[in-house]
Design a protein around this ligand. Structure first.
Ligand code: F6R
Length: 364
């Protein structure tokens, strides 16, 4: 049942701390505080490049995974949505890694991409929540997300569980490739182990999120902005809003706004920005100032370190704890998903069963 929550989506949102913790328990040795992946049938040290593919929210998780694999492990990564990957026919040698991400393990587009990658004989590693699934059977190895069953059609907790696995994979890959000294690993693992507590703090921000939701629920169009690893967070926010509230939303990399969508900005198009205090904060803030100067209403997700400067320009903000840059997108996405949920509740839509959508999409 829903355990007293209004919808499965609300219940599943509240499981973020639990599923991040459970997923970490599988991948981090508590004694040594080191990432320990299950045995893989190939060596991460020998992989020259990776191609990530997935659909929808899982694709956005993959985009964040790319930042980590490139930044921390210095591994070249290509990424494409599964329904397009085959048409690019990317040149890959047989030591390359095909990295697939799926909650259900049954998504037809992702399964077809897996089979296409199989033809080029790359190693197939899948990040899956349903471990007895078609994709699990056809992969060389599976990294399980421990999110438990996700009933709401809109994905929530599976997303943070996917990110947790991808973060651990990035650490293990970095170590295998000789790009991670023990001190740095300790720093990154500590940031991950701190996340369940921080995620609970994020969930406690529901009043601030609901206040934002009242503004968004009145809008016809919403623009989501983020930079770096927070750009996929913006994309996830826009997708979730469209899916369950039927409000049109678009996500842009914050720096791209001035190359076009800035012409849309007026007081009727709220701007939802993800702007915690990372090294990219100043640049994002100046993009937000440009938007404000054109009459944009700013609704900003930030952190305790960014709050003072954000409060000078934002109409509303949600302030999360300041955490290590590495784990910031995992934490910041939680209230962004919650915003979509609260807007849908205000609109009175069928939150758990949005029109035209199915939990797993088994046609191409
Ligand atoms: C978003 C959503 C979809 C799925 C996508 C992939 O809320 O639910 O975009 O993320 O259909 O599904 P899986 O992960 O099962 O392959």
């Amino acid at each position: 049942g829903k355990d007293g929550y209004r919808h499965y989506m609300e219940k599943e949102l509240h499981e973020h701390p639990l599923v991040i913790g459970q997923t970490l328990q599988r991948m981090v040795d508590p004694a040594t505080r080191k990432v320990v992946l299950p045995e893989l049938p190939f060596s991460l040290a020998d992989v020259p490049r990776a191609v990530i593919t997935a659909c929808g929210s899982a694709f956005y998780a993959g985009m964040i995974g790319r930042y980590w694999l490139e930044e921390i492990a210095r591994l070249p990564v290509d990424i494409d949505v599964a329904s397009e990957l085959r048409y690019r026919n990317p040149p890959l040698d047989r030591h390359s890694l095909g990295l697939l991400i799926s909650q259900s393990g049954e998504t037809a587009d992702t399964l077809a991409a897996l089979r296409a990658l199989r033809q080029t004989a790359v190693h197939i590693l899948s990040v899956l929540n349903v471990e007895h699934s078609s994709m699990a059977r056809e992969s060389d190895a599976v990294l399980g997300t421990v999110a438990g069953p996700e009933i709401s059609v809109a994905s929530t907790k599976a997303f943070t569980a996917q990110l947790t696995v991808l973060a651990c994979l990035s650490i293990a890959t970095a170590r295998a490739r000789g790009h991670l000294d023990p001190l740095r690993e300790e720093e990154l693992v500590s940031a991950l182990l701190d996340l369940p507590t921080r995620a609970a703090d994020a969930l406690a921000q529901h009043d601030a999120v609901r206040a934002m939701a009242r503004v968004v629920a009145e809008a016809r169009d919403v623009l989501y902005l983020g930079r770096g690893s927070l750009f996929p967070v913006a994309m996830e926010g826009a997708l979730k809003l469209k899916e369950i509230s039927y409000i049109h939303a678009e996500a842009y990399a914050a720096g791209e706004m001035k190359h076009g969508p800035i012409s849309l900005i007026d007081s009727s198009v709220p701007i939802v920005a993800s702007a915690p205090h990372t090294p990219l904060f100043d640049k994002t803030l100046s993009n937000l100032q440009e938007a404000k100067a054109r009459g944009g209403r700013l609704l900003v997700f930030t952190d305790t370190k960014g709050a003072e400067r954000v409060s000078a320009i934002a109409e509303q903000m949600v302030v999360l704890p300041h955490v290590h840059d590495f784990v910031t997108p995992i934490l910041q996405v939680i209230p962004v998903q919650m915003l979509a949920y609260e807007v849908a509740v205000l609109k009175g839509t069928d939150v758990d069963q949005p029109r035209n959508l199915a939990k797993s999409v088994t046609v191409e």
